[in-house]
Write a protein that binds this ligand. Structure first.
Ligand SMILES: NC(=O)c1ccc[n+]([C@@H]2O[C@H](COP(=O)([O-])OP(=O)(O)OC[C@H]3O[C@@H](n4cnc5c(N)ncnc54)[C@H](OP(=O)(O)O)[C@@H]3O)[C@@H](O)[C@H]2O)c1
Length: 329
């Protein structure tokens, strides 16, 4: 069957994403063929496109989509043609009109969630689930610091933490994002100007927390924010470093963690937290339950045609987005 997809032949700027025709074979045993309805754009796609996370080329990027089951491979049980499903991990290749995907990596979608909402919510929401339910411990203290708080993950994480009783301090890169983060329940929002230094952040966080610092920092910015994150932590605090939008975190001197008050450092990855199909099913069920309880809600900054994936990447990299960017095939 002839389909179109956005492929990269080489790593580089957004323009390496090219619209190509491809042949989609019948699904192999254990796979289903999906007709995509909406595709999630995630920062990991940007790292891979740039070459920061090496992948074999040529490649079709993308880990996340919502779609409809079109055909079942041999041995597939529990799914039916016409069913709405989504997925959040490999094999990569979501930037495509249709594809084959392993049935045991699919998540049936609730009727309450539209296709574009699912593409905005699954990958980023399961990341928030990992951070709130598997990484965060309320015993570390109520104050938490969330970097890139108006981002795709950031808005979901801010709301979920606030709903669980955390006192959230959000960090954003421009004043226009403050209101969106406040609307998700952040008690304070700090603006670190673009190209500006994170140096003042730690002292400001200490001032807001009566000198104590926060129990947990969720840091997806990486290189630029890492030291400020350490500066913001109370003794025994945890730095959950889960991304590097500004670049990778430089090598860490573990003695520094000791000197600063027996700090803990963790580098959680969603791919480990949902590696087993039963972990994926449990995490998805908990995500949908939290959604029904209004502990998080999807935010779509922009819907763009799949063919404009290069523009979508440029938009995400521009730091102008509040919430998710979704591609429509
Ligand atoms: N570990 C995991 O399993 C996992 C899973 C999913 C996502 N992540 C990570 O979570 C983060 C958020 O992902 P997302 O897809 O939701 O993206 P996003 O947060 O919507 O976009 C990235 C944000 O990072 C901030 N940022 C700071 N410095 C930046 C720079 N130099 N260049 C670009 N952005 C910069 C920007 O917000 P401001 O301008 O407001 O600072 C930007 O909006 C990424 O770091 C991603 O790698 C990790």
């Amino acid at each position: 069957m002839l389909i179109h997809q956005m492929q990269i032949q080489a790593t580089g700027a957004p323009e390496v994403l090219q619209w190509v025709a491809a042949d989609l074979p019948a699904p192999s045993p254990g796979e289903v063929r999906l007709r995509h309805r909406a595709i999630g754009v995630n920062f990991i796609d940007v790292y891979q496109r740039r070459g920061a996370y090496p992948i074999p080329l040529p490649a079709t990027l993308g880990f996340e989509a919502a779609g409809v089951v079109e055909a079942l491979g041999a041995g597939v049980e529990g799914f039916s043609v016409g069913q709405r499903v989504g997925y959040v991990d490999g094999p990569m290749g979501a930037y495509s009109e249709a594809r084959n995907h392993p049935a045991d990596r699919l998540v049936p979608l609730p009727d309450t969630l539209a296709d574009d909402e699912a593409a905005a919510l699954l990958f980023k929401g399961l990341t928030a689930h990992m951070l709130v339910r598997r990484v965060w411990r309320a015993e570390r203290g109520p104050w938490v610091l969330v970097h890139a708080a108006a981002g795709g993950v950031g808005l979901l994480l801010t709301r979920w933490l606030a709903k669980e009783g955390a006192r959230v301090i959000g960090v954003v890169g421009s004043p226009g994002k403050v209101e969106a983060v406040q609307a998700e329940g952040a008690e304070a929002v700090l603006v670190v100007p673009r190209g500006g230094s994170y140096e003042g952040l730690g002292p400001e966080v200490r001032r807001l927390t009566g000198g104590a610092g926060v129990g947990t920092v969720f840091d997806s910015v990486g290189k630029d924010s890492f030291t400020a994150s350490l500066d913001s932590l109370a003794p025994f605090g945890l730095l959950a470093s889960y991304g590097g939008a500004s670049g990778p975190v430089p090598p860490v001197d573990t003695a520094e963690l000791g000197r600063r008050g027996s700090l803990a450092l963790q580098r959680p990855s969603i791919f480990h937290h949902i590696a087993d199909p039963s972990l994926l099913r449990t995490a998805a069920a908990e995500l949908f339950q939290a959604l029904a309880q209004d502990k998080l809600r999807p935010h779509i900054h922009a819907r763009m045609p799949l063919r404009e994936a290069a523009e979508a990447h440029a938009l995400l990299e521009s730091r102008a987005t509040r919430g998710a960017v979704v591609l429509l095939p």
